[in-house]
Design a protein around this ligand. Structure first.
Ligand SMILES: Cc1cc2nc3c(=O)[nH]c(=O)nc-3n(C[C@H](O)[C@H](O)[C@H](O)COP(=O)(O)OP(=O)(O)OC[C@H]3O[C@@H](n4cnc5c(N)ncnc54)[C@H](O)[C@@H]3O)c2cc1C
Length: 380
């Protein structure tokens, strides 16, 4: 087993980290709610991040999952603003990659180059009020009429919706067929019958905008269907495999930031005449942070590598997602505790990491759903 990275991958990681450290800072007063900043989106687009895993013939950088994972980790290690990286990941891994992998060439020609270059922003819309964890209970309908589909329904929690140009929408084409009756469509914001709701604020990842999206007799050309009728659920599952690994790498980067800062603080801050890190109660917490970081990395790299070899890697991706998200919350609490009152200052940035980690055990399937997927993989 070879655990080494190539020189190119190491350079990409360092480049990503430097880019994030210089261009993905949070501007404004400490504690102010961060907002989506187009200049950061452009910085990511200029560096090729918004098309990282998109084949070069469609305008991307053409990296495999393992390399994409490493680049996203580097960005997470350098960034203060994790929200913009979350938006970029929802765009690339849950919206663009399913189009790349399943759409007809004509559809790819029309959308992928602009999305991969960041000129258009993508969003994926599957969740509905009654269809969260039970995602395939969705009710948005796509009724075929000649060379069009007519979409009706409402989507909730759609990341990027307030700024998106293009939505990947999942709807039922055959309600009686349940899971096998779902299809995926590329829907432009400008299509008649699309309405985007008001942005809502969330606890963490605040610079990543989200809202409801409504479809009311929205006409979508047949050629905008991604894959065959009834293939939508499988397409969505494939997109989650991308997201659960490549998106969650940004949290592995965050874990590294926290560890570096906490180590430095525990060595510098003295109480009772010696550094606080000389107390076992403190040093063991830091050791736990290190173990979580290494575990997160190894599980992410394994899932990415397996998928690159052609394995479905569903269970491995779920294990990685579960471990990283739960590590992000646990280590955020450790980092705050070790920084004492300093950790509670909003301008320390540590409480923001805790807030950013809170939704990570919910999106891309909750921790409970990951455990269900892993249990099924074990034959239970
Ligand atoms: C930051 C963020 C970004 C998001 N972005 C998007 C997006 O871009 N597009 C999109 O379509 N959706 C998005 N979502 C929605 C997300 O996919 C759902 O929130 C998620 O699937 C959970 O659904 P729910 O919130 O309705 O919770 P519910 O499904 O109602 O679950 C509530 C609780 O019950 C538990 N539970 C439910 N069913 C089971 C079960 N069978 N076994 C055990 N426990 C169970 C859950 O684990 C959870 O703890 C986003 C959510 C967040 C927080």
């Amino acid at each position: 087993m070879n655990f080494s990275w190539s020189d190119e991958q190491n350079e990409l990681y360092e480049g990503a980290r430097k880019l994030a450290a210089s261009d993905l800072k949070i501007d404004g007063a400490p504690g102010a709610a961060a907002t989506f900043e187009p200049k950061k989106w452009r910085a990511l687009a200029d560096a090729g991040v918004l098309g990282l895993s998109v084949p070069t013939k469609h305008g991307g950088l053409g990296f495999d999952r393992l390399t994409s994972t490493k680049v996203m980790e580097g960005l997470g290690a350098g960034a203060e603003d994790l929200g913009i990286l979350f938006s970029a990941s929802a765009h690339l891994f849950a919206t663009v990659m399913p189009i790349v992998e399943h759409a007809e060439d004509v559809l790819k020609e029309r959308y992928v180059r602009n999305l991969a270059g960041g000129r258009w922003i993508g969003a994926n819309a599957i969740s509905e009020a009654q269809a969260g964890s039970d995602v395939f209970a969705l009710r948005t309908q796509a009724r075929r009429e000649g060379d069009r589909y007519i979409l009706n329904g409402e989507k909730s929690y759609v990341t990027n919706a307030p700024v998106a140009d293009v939505f990947l929408v999942y709807a039922t084409t055959k309600p009686a067929d349940g899971f096998l009756g779902i299809s995926a469509f590329v829907v432009e914001r400008g299509f008649e019958g699309v309405e985007v709701g008001q942005s809502f604020e969330r606890a963490g990842l605040q610079s990543s905008p989200a809202s409801m999206v409504y479809f009311s007799d929205c006409e979508v050309p047949v050629q905008n269907r991604v894959g065959a009728e009834g293939q939508g659920a499988a397409i969505f599952r494939g997109s989650m495999n991308w997201e659960r690994v490549c998106l969650f790498s940004i949290y592995a980067g965050m874990l590294e930031q926290q560890l570096d800062r906490t180590l430095e603080y525990a060595s510098r801050r003295k109480q009772g005449g010696r550094p606080i890190g000389k107390n076992q109660a403190v040093s063991h917490r830091i050791v736990d942070m290190k173990i979580r970081l290494d575990t997160a990395r190894l599980l992410l790299y394994r899932a990415a590598w397996l998928a690159d070899q052609g394995a479905d890697a569903v269970v491995e991706s779920s294990i990685a997602k579960l471990a990283v998200s739960e590590a992000a919350q646990a280590s955020s609490l450790n980092a705050m505790q070790i920084h004492g009152a300093m950790g509670t200052h909003v301008d320390s940035g540590l409480e923001r990491m805790l807030r950013d980690s809170l939704p990570s055990t919910v999106f891309s399937g909750t921790s409970e759903i990951q455990r269900e997927l892993i249990a099924r993989g074990l034959g239970l």
